[in-house]
Design a protein around this ligand. Sequence first.
Ligand SMILES: [Zn+2]
Length: 291
Amino acid sequence: MLVNATQMLKAAKKGHYGIAAFNTNDLEWTRSILLAAEATQSPVIIQCTSGAAKWQQGFKVVRDVVNDLVDYMNITVPVAMHLDHGTYEDCFKAIDAGFTSIMYDGSHEASFDINVEHTKELVKLAHSKGLSIEAEVGGIGGTEDGVTAQGELADPEECKAIADLGVDFLACGIGNIHGPYPANWAGLNFDQLAKIQALTGELPLVLHGGTGIPKEQVLKAVSLGVSKININTDLQLVFARTTREFVESGKDLEGKNYDPRKFLKPGFDAMQAKAESLIRDFGSDGKGWDF
Ligand SMILES: [Zn+2]
């Protein structure tokens, strides 16, 4: 059974560890993530953008695949199905499809007032149906799913205003970027994070663009109130790299390795190993239903 992400993130905040939210692209992606969560006995958030949902033929397919795999694989740890960077319209679609958690990203709306207005409405709707909801203040740098932002730092007062609407966790730009980090990246802005944390109190914060941030910086962010760490590019990179190595080694030409179950297996195994190592880095291993 899928759960919402509220309790697991509250427990993470209290216990000073982070929970990974992995983006999925297909059934095998989801399977690798679930194997990693089960092996480490960690709660996990599986999330999907509308672009990745379109690729997988809709929100309902994504949700049903996650739900059915949890059942078929006898997954014993809590799993939340979360919408990543949803528009106002996407949120309704994901709720209808049976997601247990949504993110409304109002940081690209024409004004902060629109962000507030939509967040307020969606908080009410999500909570009436037992879902958790994430909101965003201040764009996250880089490009994800065609959405680009300038890597601004979130305004702490705006974070407080959105937090006060009753969201369950909040994404706020603190210098983080989607996709690989440039060599001249300035790092996370911990002063900004501390200012935001001071005004948002117990609310779990979300670190987007988790790939490539040095481990010490992620752990420091966790110590300052970050409880959810979004991982997308990391698994894509490890899958692509491992598949490339398999082909370049010529192993794809041996026996029946053209069979997709063999051809893609090294990549999926590598993704699972990467997910397990990230979960251990963030300290959510063994936390299971510890809430
Ligand atoms: Zn993001």
